[in-house]
Write a protein that binds this ligand. Structure first.
Ligand code: VG1
Ligand code: CO
Length: 567
């Protein structure tokens, strides 16, 4: 094939954030904006990583993905990639791309889509994990010195029909984005077991795809394979603008699902997933499964999930995520890691065989079955909780026999163990970590940056024993992480105030926005007393929330007196 050399100039600001490069569509449509970044990426990889190799390309279905696919395919071919596997219509979820050993993901995840909104691109490295900082730093460096883009002179590829098209040594295969991922899920879980529950007429399940990528997965997996009824899928068609929505599965943006789950006699189980299908919020009837979710998964994994029969190797969470997982790691005597926000730090630990289950407070949970968080895995994982009394199970076989036994004896209409029962049982055993996150979206950058500087200065002066109202400081810092596998260090990952009773207040600026600065405050307090476990988190955390607001002078710096989102 003929390769054209297109001359170009460096473009400022192409530094990736928490998860890839995210900007307004308008910016990505500027001349060579996307092409520069893709070429800079190839300039950053050792040629043996892609020359004549296979790369996957997929996305969350948002506006500009089809156009972007053509640009990416031509540059990949121009740089000597052997083959591109692309999801039909450019669609493939982040977990599915990761399962296929990595490549390009066209997604700005939870950010809104459409001509006026956001677009984004991430690159996942050869074992399927998000490119580590060492690579993303190189890409950024190369965007500042780029002068040439190598573009193959080939026609646009038809992404609507499955099959292979050859162009000389290069080929493109349009693939079904679901089949391989589905096969992986069938290996991790016992589908027959889940099916026996989902096809029961008195179990009501609802999956809200928020008009994003899991819309393509929900029907083939939940309906066709697992026997759920078609009306259990809502917003199940991926749309370029997510139906004007904000595909962030939290209590604010997934309000439709929340209302259904809290209505009288609502469904038994609900889940909503984000733009690219790597996160999932889970709800029981009238019950919000708090960000303790990952701790509950970890506590039950060995007994409940065939994949974990020999026990998880280790557990990990991102720094601002609730410490509920720490307690499980301690009780189960498992290695435990605390990493910065974003999934890229888990991959090294998994590759080194140190980590099996991990999660973030933002409704991302996953395991070493792939190198990304996985929304559908999370939903599949939690469904069986509903019918099993896991604490009584000893092994997979025993677990399966108990399920079979319970299903055999369950009379129609008889009450099953609910999502809420399982969570409360967990709190009884481990205590409850009350947790909440306040987001102040799209603040003026200047004020937000000044607030962080102010806090950084404050923590540098903080001493153990300092009094903050009723709380006594144990330590305060700006979180630094040293990767135990490769020794790399990242700093300035979040300001934390940790008090002697284990309570924490954490401040970060989001790294996924495309305009202004989003301030995130994370508030956490441990409560061992069972009689207080049913308290509303906002009430239980009120004193700490007030403290966080006064310590940071948030209102003075940002002018905001209310958060945009509370979870
Ligand atoms: C947010 C979440 C973080 C998550 C990241 C990417 O990052 O807080 O937990 O890993 O989004 O998720 P930030 O920097 O905005 O706080 V996704 O599903 O948008 O790829
Ligand atoms: Co996502």
């Amino acid at each position: 094939i003929k390769i054209n050399s297109v001359s170009t100039k460096p473009i400022e600001g192409q530094k990736t954030g928490t998860s890839g490069l995210r900007k307004k569509v308008k910016i990505f449509k500027e001349e060579n904006y996307l092409a520069n970044w893709i070429q800079a990426l190839f300039n950053s990889l050792p040629p043996e990583d892609y020359k004549n190799g296979v790369l996957v390309l997929g996305g969350d279905g948002r506006y500009f993905n089809l156009e972007a696919s053509q640009i990416i395919i031509k540059i990949a071919a121009g740089n000597g990639v052997g083959k591109i596997l692309v999801g039909k219509e450019g669609i493939m979820s982040t977990p599915a791309v990761s399962a296929a050993n990595g490549g390009f993901i066209m997604s700005a995840s939870h950010n809104p889509g459409g001509p006026e909104y956001d677009w984004g691109i991430k690159f996942n490295y050869n074992s399927g994990q998000p490119a580590p900082e060492s690579i993303t730093d190189k890409i950024y460096g190369n965007t500042l010195s780029i002068s040439e883009i190598k573009m193959a002179d080939i026609p646009d590829v038809d992404l609507s029909t499955l099959g292979v098209t050859k162009y000389g040594n290069f080929s493109v295969e349009v693939v079904d984005p679901v089949s391989d991922y589905l096969e992986l899920m069938e290996n991790v879980f016992d589908f027959e077991l889940i099916k026996s529950l989902l096809s029961q007429s008195d179990f009501r399940f609802i999956f809200d795809a928020m008009h994003a990528v899991t819309g393509a997965y929900a029907k083939p997996i939940f309906v066709d394979k697992l026997g759920a009824s078609l009306d259990s899928i809502s917003n199940g068609v991926p749309l370029e603008d997510f139906g004007h929505g904000h595909p962030d599965p939290n209590l604010t943006y997934a309000k439709g699902l929340v209302d259904i789950m809290y209505a009288e006699n609502g469904p038994d189980f609900g889940a909503a997933s984000d733009g690219d299908g790597d996160r999932n919020m889970v709800l029981g009837r009238g019950f919000f499964v708090t960000p303790d979710s990952v701790a509950i998964i970890a506590a039950n994994a060995q007994e409940a999930i065939p994949y974990f029969t020999s026990g998880p190797k280790g557990l990990a969470r991102s720094m601002p995520t609730s410490g509920a997982l720490d307690r499980v790691a301690e009780k189960l005597n498992l290695p435990f890691f605390e990493v910065p926000t974003g999934w890229k730090f888990f991959g090294n630990l998994m590759d080194a065989g140190k980590l099996s289950i991990c999660g973030e407070e933002s409704f991302g949970t996953g395991s070493d079955h792939i190198r990304e968080k996985d929304g559908i895995w999370n939903a599949l994982l939690q469904i069986p909780y509903r019918i099993t009394n896991l604490s009584k199970c000893r092994a997979v076989l025993a677990w399966l026999s108990i399920i079979a036994f319970r299903n055999k004896d369950k009379k129609p209409g008889e009450k099953l163990v609910s999502v809420a029962d399982v969570v409360k049982e967990h709190w009884e055993t481990y205590g409850r970590n009350f947790f909440s996150r306040y987001d102040y979206e799209e603040c003026e950058s200047e004020g937000a940056n000044k607030m962080m500087e102010y806090l950084r200065d404050l923590v540098s002066k903080g001493k153990p024993g300092d009094k903050y109202g009723n709380y006594t400081l144990q330590f305060a810092d700006d979180f630094t992480y040293t990767d135990p596998v490769d020794g790399s260090v990242v700093s300035k990952q979040g300001i934390r105030f940790v008090f002697t009773d284990g309570s924490r207040i954490i401040f970060r600026l989001s790294g996924t926005g495309s305009a202004g600065a989003t301030v995130r405050i994370y508030i956490e307090q441990f409560e061992p007393d069972v009689s207080k476990h049913e308290m509303d988190a906002q009430i239980a955390l009120k004193p700490l929330i007030d403290l966080a607001l006064s310590v940071s002078k948030l209102k003075d710096f940002t002018g905001r007196d209310k958060p945009t989102v509370i979870t």
